[in-house]
Write a protein that binds this ligand. Structure first.
Ligand code: 2AM
Length: 171
């Protein structure tokens, strides 16, 4: 099972992120992420066996995390695979701390794959050849969160979709 930990946006924010994705695609091309797939990855776990996944469901369901507010105020692009994203001008310290805490616990459970660098971002486009911000609105969104989710990424003939397996207790 291909798994990751993520913040999923509340419905009102999802719509506003989708509007930014539309605006970005009109300027930059590429493949727009569907609204229901928009998220912030906290930790990408990759392929995980089913017994370990069951343990992760249990762990996530009991791990309350501090609530927070993330300000999204910048466009960004990763060279490969042409990701255009929205996020902060600098990595948000609370999200970086949450990412580190989650990876500390994941590693103590024997999982591997902690990245050397974490840049919190919401992918809006994939395979965009460039980021053209002229004419694009400057992002000005606030994401209030009080829980994270364990998400399974399923790829089949219909493409990729995300299914939530568990969420942390709300605070
Ligand atoms: P992305 O948004 O930058 O593409 C599910 O694949 C999620 O995990 C995506 O949001 C993806 O980030 C993220 N992710 C992080 N590292 C990854 C990796 N090595 N391979 C695939 N997805 C990764």
């Amino acid at each position: 099972m291909r798994l990751f930990l993520a913040l999923m946006p509340p419905p009102s924010l999802r719509g506003r992120l989708g509007a930014l994705a539309d605006a970005a695609q009109a300027r930059c091309g590429g493949r727009r992420m569907p609204d229901e797939s928009l998220h912030l990855t906290l930790a990408f776990l990759g392929e995980v066996e089913e017994t370990r996944a069951a343990a992760l469901v249990d762990w996530v369901s009991r791990l309350a995390v501090p609530p927070g507010e993330w300000r999204l105020n910048a466009w960004g692009r990763f060279q490969r695979p042409g990701i255009v994203w929205v996020g902060g001008q600098a990595p948000d310290p609370s999200l970086v701390a949450l990412h580190c805490r989650l990876w500390d616990e994941l590693e103590s459970q024997g999982l591997e794959g902690r990245p050397s660098r974490y840049v919190p971002h919401v992918t809006l486009l994939r395979r965009a050849e460039r980021l053209e911000t002229e004419g694009l609105p400057t992002p000005a969104l606030t994401w209030r969160y009080n829980r994270f989710e364990l998400i399974q990424s399923i790829t089949d003939a219909r493409g990729s979709r995300y299914v939530s397996l568990a969420h942390s207790p709300e605070r």
